[in-house]
Design a protein around this ligand. Structure first.
Ligand code: NAD
Length: 460
């Protein structure tokens, strides 16, 4: 057994088993067994079961939100929003069950048609930053398209995935269709990735682990989708509504204490308005309250573990952030509570150098590097000067420039005059080393099904 800890109090809130290869194998065997019957459920009934599951999530919404907040340390308001998203995701894919149609193709000598076939057993590997929401992004399209699924949550945040699996059973989704294996990535995760009966791995996590997953999945030519890390930029032009851009910045980088793959941990600001923007940002950070995540007024909770807090702090160590060896020029540092909890203050570094480690690596904490740029070309160069390509924002009042920038920045999800990256109805995923494959939207259905083509001769 292993202890699950509340990052805001450091108290143990649950003990969960550490499952290994044997349990992963047993789950895959049950998943494989459950497949044919699940696939045979007629579409309207499969949709009905998914809707009942979504209704169970809504009915137990407050319980799930409290559980997520206790396990991850995220503010209760965010957890409630995420529960709302989980239900919406499942409703969305319930609605897609009988709309994911094949085609008839004009060909010579007969009739040609396509079918979207389920892949079989899907293994979903999920990170600790949005355990419940990201689980739903995978179970929704996987189950709608007739697959069965084994979810492996991160070892430190398994509680909501376990509860979701119980709620699915209560909703009438048959045993074995959606299971959870709680165990280490290097053991249970590796086994799922290499298991010959797993048809597809839907992985969300770091680029480093994603690389291993992709290599190991090659042994059995598994389908893989990878949602990996990011180093997204928010680009603020001098012609933007600066007040609005600055007021939105904390939400774009400090939400979930910066532990967000879409965190805009680089803000590129046109040099002529740099100082004014930095002053406005300092005011916005002052209003960004850090504290008890169960208080609905709290904007930011603690980091997830003490170890992760050490990693985040390393980006600010003198001589590490600034290669010249001097102290990092923190422009604004917010306040944090005293006492237990893995607190880290919202921190603005301005001006930061584009070559500093904090401007190049994913920090996954509440630290933002504010970097000046000279013109549009310079902004594009800086934004794209990263191996990642997940997300980003463009702040300008010039519509043509907004479109030019949106086409030039290499990222899978961009927003103009907004930091919103994720919606149930629209596809989400990365370019470059942020991964490939798309989650959410109707696009996700393609990643959970294979096209079969059938030609029927009409010749006598
Ligand atoms: P991680 O890569 O350490 O772990 C992710 C999951 O993979 C966990 O369940 C872990 O147990 C498992 N795992 C670890 N080693 C494994 C292995 N060898 N084989 C199989 N599974 C293994 O990531 P994390 O620290 O949990 O999450 C943070 C990372 O996730 C960040 O890089 C973040 O950007 C990324 N992320 C990406 C998205 C996205 O949609 N692009 C969303 C959220 C988080």
């Amino acid at each position: 057994m292993t202890s699950v800890v509340n990052p805001a109090t450091e108290a143990t809130i649950a003990e969960v088993p550490v499952q290994g290869v044997e349990e992963a194998d047993a789950a895959v065997a049950r998943s494989l067994d459950a497949g044919p019957a699940w696939r045979a459920v007629v579409p309207a009934d499969r949709a009905r079961l998914l809707r009942r599951f979504a209704a169970q999530v809504e009915e137990h919404g407050e319980e799930l939100a409290q559980l997520e907040t206790a396990n991850v340390g995220k503010p209760i308001g965010e957890s409630r929003d995420e529960v709302g998203m989980v239900a919406e995701v499942i409703y969305f894919y319930a609605g897609a069950v009988d709309k994911h149609r094949g085609a008839t193709v004009p060909v010579a000598g007969g009739v040609d048609m396509t079918f979207h076939e389920p892949l079989g057993v899907v293994a979903a590997i999920v990170p600790w930053n949005f355990p419940m929401a990201i689980t739903s992004w995978k179970i929704g399209p996987a189950l709608a398209t007739g697959n069965t699924i084994v979810v492996k949550p991160a070892e430190i945040t398994p509680l909501t995935a376990l509860r979701l699996a119980e709620l699915a059973l209560d909703a009438g989704i048959p045993e074995g269709v959606f299971q959870v294996v709680v165990g280490r990535g290097s053991v249970a995760g590796t086994r799922l990735v290499e298991h010959p009966d797993v048809a597809k791995v839907a992985f969300t996590g770091s680029t480093e682990v994603g690389r291993k997953v992709m290599a190991r999945a090659s042994g059995t030519i598994k389908r893989v989708t990878l949602e990996l890390g990011g180093k997204s930029a928010s680009i603020v032009f001098a012609d933007a509504d600066l007040e609005r851009a600055a007021a939105a910045t904390p939400g774009g980088v400090f939400a979930n204490a910066g532990q967000d793959c879409c965190a805009r941990s680089r803000v590129l600001v046109e040099r002529s308005v740099f100082d004014r923007y930095a002053t406005l940002l300092a005011d916005a950070v002052g209003a960004w309250t850090v504290g008890d995540p169960t208080d609905p007024a709290t904007k930011m909770g603690p980091l997830v573990t003490a170890g992760h807090r050490r990693v985040v702090a390393s980006f600010l160590a003198a001589g590490i952030g600034d290669p010249a060896g001097g102290p990092v020029p923190t422009h604004t540092v917010g306040a944090v509570p005293a006492g237990p909890g893995f607190w880290f203050p919202p921190t603005v570094v301005a001006p930061a150098g584009a070559e500093w480690r904090m401007a190049r690596e994913e920090i996954f904490g509440p630290v933002v590097a504010v970097i000046p740029f000279d013109d549009e070309e310079d902004a594009v160069r800086l934004a794209n000067d990263t191996p990642y390509g997940l997300s980003g924002s463009i702040w300008t009042r010039d519509g043509a420039r907004a479109l030019r920038m949106a086409r030039a920045v290499q990222a899978g999800n961009l927003s103009v005059n907004s930091n919103s990256s994720v919606r149930v109805q629209t596809s989400f995923g990365g370019m470059k080393q942020s991964g490939f494959g798309r989650e959410l939207g109707l696009e996700a259905l393609a990643s959970y099904s294979g096209i079969k083509n059938v030609f029927v001769s009409t010749e006598g």
